[in-house]
Design a protein around this ligand. Sequence first.
Ligand code: BEZ
Length: 229
Amino acid sequence: MEQPTQGYAMPRIGDKAPEFKAVTTQGDINFPGDYEGKWVILFSHPADFTPVCTSEFMTFAKMETEFNALNCKLVGLSVDGLYSHIAWLRTIKEMIEFKGMKNIEVNFPLIEDITMDVAKKYGMIQPGESSTKAVRAVFFIDPKGIIRAMIYYPLSTGRNFSEIKRALIAMQTADKHSIATPADWQPGDDVIVPTAGSCGVAKERMENRDGITCHDWFFCTKPLAAEQI
Ligand code: BEZ
């Protein structure tokens, strides 16, 4: 059966984050304006009072201080209402113990989006998966309000929050040091220096390595200590 596409936007990397005003569990927000100068991870989940989402919220809440230390704020969204959000977050704190986590308080805002206005702007409603629930989307939005990365997971698959943190650090490191990061990079691993843009630089790279390791002229790496990132 053909799926509807009208009214369901799909943002792209490099776009300005779509603007919205919303009611959240931490008061009203004006997005992304309220977050200028900070990274934001905006993420959606299918529904309150569901098990995978509960495990995700507990994990993200436990890691919130690690993200804040990276100048990054967390903002969640589902198409449930504010009172459902409040009741669910209270239940998480008072009742749920999972993988050694208990008494977990979710202090970051959780957006109510019963109208699905925000979810549709961000491609979080993907009718082939569900037309009534948001998929598990993750948007990395930089301090200028630009979407820098997006990850989408289906309803059945809980996200890997260590990977979300790793990807954030990789983007911040790329911006700060004008480098790129190779597969499975972790802070402290070698980074990739920009590819030679001329025959002269390519020759020089291969002859005069100067702290740079070249696997070939187009693939050169250098150390970058974890303390420098
Ligand atoms: C969950 O979070 O457990 C879930 C939500 C919607 C569909 C399937 C699983």
